[in-house]
Design a binder for this molecule. Structure first.
Ligand code: CP
Ligand code: NVA
Length: 324
């Protein structure tokens, strides 16, 4: 991508007639994702918005944040990103808005589009995100659903590239744990960024085979199995996430723990990865469950850089969505 003051990557709609939604990694072209990460890197290196050629590129723009699930990192990093780019944010607590009283997401989208310049939505079912996006005339950003967390993966890929170089084609990432929303987004990221992804998940908690099928059709190298020791062997990155995601509490938690115990990332498992392997986790972590203190606090852990990179990656996403 050429360095221009204005972020207009290949694949952008001419004239900006339709909103640039950021809904999932399989819905944005690889070249655009790469361009967003290049911009994120430049913004991070510059330490301010000057990488976009102006100090306050999003001056006068407002981002609405709607959360139907809890958040620390996503909320704070979007708020800070927007403010550091000169824009503003407003938080809409879904439980205190008319959404919770049954106003449709379609109508909510129509109304919010008259007030704000972009909407970030964290929700449960992907259909809710799709409904909001279908009726919004401003960009909609996926802040996590039950099946995807694309903003997280942009930060994760940025972190992996910082540690292992921008060409990930010879890198191996092993996921050990629940085949959840974040794991699903890692599968899509493998298709977009070219690394080999090995999924070590219990048979009962595998990633949706349709997503794996899509990724393989797109050229991704995805290996599946139930044996974490075997799949971690020689990996450049070991990644995991909570055994009980938001919303899973309604299911049998004890059963999940039983199924996932052998997938814990501990020193013994890390010792099977490459000597310079990094450990990653989107956070929040449940210490002593999916990861031990020794690993998350150890020298191979990249989790705090990963959390910081939410801020930088989302600046890139916001700049692209808003054509800054
Ligand atoms: N990783 C992540 O999305 O964290 P939050 O739930 O705190 O936003
Ligand atoms: N899989 C976790 C990710 C939290 C950021 C969840 O959905 O709760």
């Amino acid at each position: 991508m050429t360095m221009t003051p204005s972020f207009q990557p290949a694949g952008a709609p001419p004239g900006g007639t339709s909103p640039r939604h950021f809904l999932d990694l399989d819905q944005v072209e690889t070249g655009t994702l790469t361009g967003i990460l290049d911009l994120s890197r430049r913004l991070k290196a510059a330490g301010n918005a000057n990488a976009l050629g102006q100090a306050r590129p999003l001056e006068g723009r407002v981002l609405a944040l709607i959360f139907e699930k809890n958040s620390t990192r996503t909320r704070v990093s979007f708020e800070v990103a927007m403010r550091q780019l000169g824009g503003d944010v407003l938080m809409l607590d879904a439980s205190q808005s008319q959404i919770d009283r049954g106003e449709t997401l379609a109508d909510t989208a129509r109304v919010l589009s008259r007030y704000v310049d972009a909407i970030m939505f964290r929700t449960k079912e992907p259909e809710r995100l799709a409904e909001l996006a279908a009726h919004a005339t401003v960009p909609v950003i996926n802040g996590l659903t039950n099946v995807a967390h694309p903003c997280q993966l942009m930060a994760d890929v940025l972190t992996l590239q910082e540690r292992k170089g921008s060409d990930l084609s010879r890198r191996v990432v092993t996921w050990s744990g629940d085949g959840n929303n974040v794991a699903t987004s890692w599968v899509k990221a493998a298709a977009r960024f070219g690394f080999e992804l090995r999924l070590a998940c219990p048979e009962e908690l595998r990633v949706d085979p349709e997503v794996i099928g899509w990724a393989r059709t797109s050229g991704a190298r995805v290996v599946e199995g139930v044996d974490p020791e075997m799949l971690v062997d020689g990996a450049d990155c070991v990644v995991t996430d909570a055994w009980v995601s938001m919303g899973d509490e309604e299911q049998e938690v004890a059963n999940r723990h039983n199924l996932l115990r052998r997938y814990q990332v501990n020193e013994a498992l890390m010792a099977r990865a490459a000597p310079d392997a990094v450990f990653m986790h989107c956070l929040p972590a449940h210490r002593g469950e999916e990861v031990t203190d020794a690993v998350i606090d150890g020298s191979q852990s990249a989790v705090w850089d990963e959390a910081e990179n939410r801020l930088h990656a989302q600046k890139g996403i916001l700049a692209w969505c808003l054509g800054a």
